[in-house]
Design a protein around this ligand. Structure first.
Ligand SMILES: [Ca+2]
Ligand SMILES: [Ca+2]
Ligand SMILES: [Ca+2]
Length: 294
């Protein structure tokens, strides 16, 4: 006897709402890393999540605010939405408020812009350097316009010329760069942004504001000029203290669809389309199949 497969697709559609919720400004500027956290240089590489700063100073007019898969700063103006999708460690920092998102908005020195390194909102990190010498500074940033794409980098209370005006011209995505903006080259000179750390031992890395609205996910110090980070960059290495746990991966709100087919006389289901993002919804779909079709 010829058996005929009857197909009755069972479709579950659920919308997952995981937009980050608002976080008061006082909480979004506080460090999540303990003061004793020291990052380690291994094989000429130091990798640090921006959100793992141990303290923040000169943050009265502008401050670095934390956005995570679970929360975002409750601060305006901020012209663009959160960009936590794709951020390393499920979190990044942004300098807010952003009163100059486009060139049409007024540039106010010492408020929404400063060309002076170390003048406004500074992040501090401790790092152990084992291999002294020049370190190229790579930043993983998300820029949406020409007024949110620069920062300054220094160490041990110094802001050397080679660490000023870090700049990227990549737009609308998380990306790595190591460029210095100069009077001649506004788009930035590749591999001209470095810090010369002459002594081994513990040092303090500092990152200060150049433009508000700047978004920093992670940074890497690389001893070799040939090194180029890819994806979310090299793994973070810790010399002392405890690394805060990563935030849960942000799941883009999506339509979740699973199809169950009943095939043959025994009507056993087979799962044809699944969503690997949402095991809870899959379990619910299976439960509904059992109660409704078995
Ligand atoms: Ca923004
Ligand atoms: Ca800006
Ligand atoms: Ca990060």
């Amino acid at each position: 006897m010829k058996t005929h497969s009857s197909i009755q697709p069972f479709v579950l559609v659920s919308l997952l709402s995981l937009f980050p919720g608002p976080l008061p400004a006082a909480e979004s500027t506080a460090p999540i890393a303990a003061p004793d956290l020291v990052f380690d240089e291994v094989d000429g590489i130091v990798a640090v999540e921006a959100e793992h700063f141990s303290k923040q100073t000169l943050a009265d007019k502008r401050a670095w605010h934390l956005t995570t898969s679970q929360s975002k700063p409750d601060l305006k103006p901020d012209a663009d939405p959160a960009h936590v999708a794709g951020a390393s460690g499920g979190a990044y920092l942004e300098i807010l408020p952003d009163t100059r998102a486009t060139a049409n908005q007024k540039l106010i020195q010492g408020e929404n812009f400063t060309d002076t390194a170390g003048l406004m909102t500074i992040l501090h990190y401790k790092v152990q350097i084992n291999t002294p010498g020049p370190y190229y500074v790579w930043g993983r940033v998300f820029s949406t316009g020409p007024e949110d794409n620069g920062m300054h980098i220094g160490f041990d209370g110094q802001w050397p010329a080679s660490g000023q005006r870090w700049q990227t011209v990549q737009k609308q995505q998380w990306g790595w760069d190591c460029k210095q903006r100069t009077a001649e080259v506004h788009t930035g000179v590749p591999m001209q942004l470095f810090l010369d750390i002459e002594k081994a031992g513990e040092h303090e890395i500092m990152i200060s504001m150049r433009e508000d609205g700047f978004e920093l996910d992670k940074f890497v110090f690389a001893r070799k000029k040939e090194f180029q980070p890819e994806g979310k960059g090299p793994a973070v290495k810790v010399k002392a203290g405890t690394l805060p746990p990563a935030f849960p991966k942000w799941l883009r709100p999506h339509r979740h669809r699973s199809s169950f087919l009943r095939t043959g006389a025994n009507r056993r289901p087979s799962r044809r389309a699944t969503c690997d993002r949402c095991p809870a919804a899959m379990a619910k779909a299976a439960e509904r199949w059992r109660s409704g079709f078995s």
